[in-house]
Design a protein around this ligand. Sequence first.
Ligand code: GDP
Length: 178
Amino acid sequence: LPEYAFIGRSNVGKSSLINMLVDNKNLAKTSGRPGKTQLINHFKINKNWFLVDLPGYGYARVSKKEKKTFQKYITQYFLKRKQLVCGFVLVDIRHTPQPVDLEFMEWLGTNGIPFAIIFTKADKLKSEEIEQHVSKYLQILLEGAWEEAPPHFVTSSTKHMGRDALLNYIGQINAEVT
Ligand code: GDP
């Protein structure tokens, strides 16, 4: 079955987003503690695709050695996994592009791995600020190596926002690949 991988810096809101997508408050175990998700977890959705929860990157609290191990895990997954259709890189909508995120997206691009950006925690901004933050982020991205902005989604797990758009997008690609 096709797989869609979710990744981002710890505390970006990945577990909350996954729980919103799968409609389960506690499945992906949210917590305020960075670096909580440490293994690759598969969630089967609609019986026809897997949501893959990857460890967060940019941990504050794990050793260098652990960091290296996770990094190797993640890169091997993206490079080798045949079922992988698309990666979703989560970024906090309030933040300017972070070097580790930019680096990772560039790495995905260089390796020809399709990805989309998910802006999380949109409820933390006023609605009129959302579009502004998104275009600023994409503008910075386009000043770098990118010719074209990747697909992107605005979400809020607390406000249940962006769920349909994301699931529709995945459903559409699914229809194309299966
Ligand atoms: P992870 O480390 O990326 O899995 O992040 P979590 O899902 O555990 O969330 C980290 C923190 O951000 C928690 O305190 C969540 O309650 C909070 N959070 C996550 N998503 C949202 C959101 O959409 N809106 C708001 N306001 N807070 C969020």
